[in-house]
Design a binder for this molecule. Structure first.
Ligand code: ASP
Ligand code: MG
Length: 397
């Protein structure tokens, strides 16, 4: 029997009614002759509410205890869904991270998955059960609970699909992947298929549809992911290996307001210093995205880099030894605007078209980074919509 791993997001299980409806669709998949594993997110905004609750206790909740708290969201939804399936006359069982031995590297709040005991799941499937796994959570070797980062249930689903060599379907509140988030650009078009590489860039750059580590994992194990609207037959989007065939240069645009730029002014022009700073940042597992450095003048440079806003406090703590008080500027007015496309590998002039548009429309570019298939600019937040509209029209997205 084919194994299908279906993941349902928080909005798909926001109410008891919705959970009962998901149960029907899960059973439908089972009746088509599949072994079905369901990975589930917490109901609706539960995770946000739990974070708010913790913040009412203390501004900076202990990370271990925060993970222990957040993991409860998925415990609730998985038990409810298993109950719903059983009440419709089909066998099901909810399983948490302890029960499937989903081992992580132990980093609170953003753990990486190290292993899963596939036997635990396979044995239940063999008994004819639909297995409902609590997403987002893992355990350490010491038996602590850790979570995989916001949106991490996608990664739970892909990891299980990879382990069981099953198909992976991600059901969510949007009916596929769009060239631009339709909430930002209404005319955005749905994409039939998108490469792992492009999706990875888009999701790590702020496209909210998929947890970026889930795409990384899918690429590593070559697991196609089907992303579609929950409880519907509307055709969604495949994320999989795609060949470049006369691609348009740009496949999608992503924007994100969740970064902050740190500039260290007039620091020594010294590679050791540079390496020390970024080593300190890395020691806190903070993801640095854009980096730029000015040309040295009298042996001094300005160094700028962006990190997630949430990591600002930790970052300032660890880089404190490397700058003097008046040397640092923190700029929170940053939108990371990125265009992504496999076609950029073979098409030239994309950057120049974008910068021309920005120049004609007074959009200031604060920082730039590029890869083979993407260009990212840090712009002011007030210019976000304008930039999206202009570039989407220019490239017919
Ligand atoms: N419930 C978690 C979150 O809201 C994980 C997930 O939904 O994927 O981030
Ligand atoms: Mg999600």
């Amino acid at each position: 029997m084919a194994i299908v791993v279906q993941k349902y997001g928080g909005s798909s299980v926001a109410t008891p009614e919705k959970i009962k409806n998901v149960a029907k669709w899960v059973i439908k998949k089972k009746l088509e002759g599949n072994d079905v594993v369901v990975v589930i997110s917490a109901m609706g905004d539960t995770t946000d509410e739990l974070i708010d609750l913790a913040k009412k206790i203390t501004e900076h909740p202990d990370k271990r205890e925060l993970d222990a708290l957040l993991a409860t969201g998925e415990m609730v939804s998985s038990a409810l869904l298993a109950m719903a399936i059983k009440s419709l006359g089909y066998d099901a069982i909810s399983m948490n991270a302890f029960q499937i031995e989903l081992l992580t590297d132990g980093t609170y709040g953003k753990s990486l998955i190290e292993d899963i005991n596939e036997r635990a799941i396979l044995d239940r499937l063999k008994e004819g059960k639909i297995v409902v796994v609590a997403g987002f959570q893992g355990i350490t070797e010491d038996g602590d609970i850790t979570t995989l980062g916001r949106g991490g249930s996608d990664t739970t689903a892909v990891a299980i699909a990879a382990k069981l060599k099953g198909e992976c379907q991600i059901f969510t509140d949007v009916d596929g992947i769009y060239s631009v988030d339709p909430r930002i650009y209404r005319e955005a078009k749905k994409i039939d298929e998108i490469s792992y590489e492009e999706m990875l860039e888009l999701s790590s750059l702020g496209a909210q549809v998929m947890h970026s580590r889930s795409v990384e994992l899918a690429q590593k194990f070559n697991i196609p992911i089907y992303v579609a609207l929950s409880c519907s037959d509307i055709k969604g989007t495949y994320i999989r290996e795609v060949e470049i065939v006369e691609q348009k240069p740009i496949t999608g645009i992503a924007v994100s307001d969740s970064d902050v730029a740190i500039t260290l002014q007039n620091i020594e022009y010294d590679t050791n210093l540079l390496s020390d700073i970024f080593e300190a940042v890395a020691s806190k597992k903070i993801n640095v995205d854009m980096i730029s450095q000015t040309a040295p003048i009298h042996n001094k440079v300005n160094l700028s880099f962006t990190i997630p806003k949430d990591d600002l406090r930790d970052c300032l703590d660890v880089i404190k030894p490397y700058y003097k008080k008046d040397e640092i500027i923190i700029d929170e007015d940053i939108t990371k605007f990125s265009v992504v496309g496999l076609g950029m590998k073979t098409t030239s002039g994309v950057a120049s078209r974008i910068f021309k548009l920005f120049k004609q429309n007074d959009i200031e570019v604060k920082m730039i980074t590029t890869s083979e298939i993407r260009i990212t600019c840090a712009i002011k937040q007030q210019d976000k919509m304008k930039a999206v509209g202009l570039v989407a029209k220019e490239f017919n997205l």
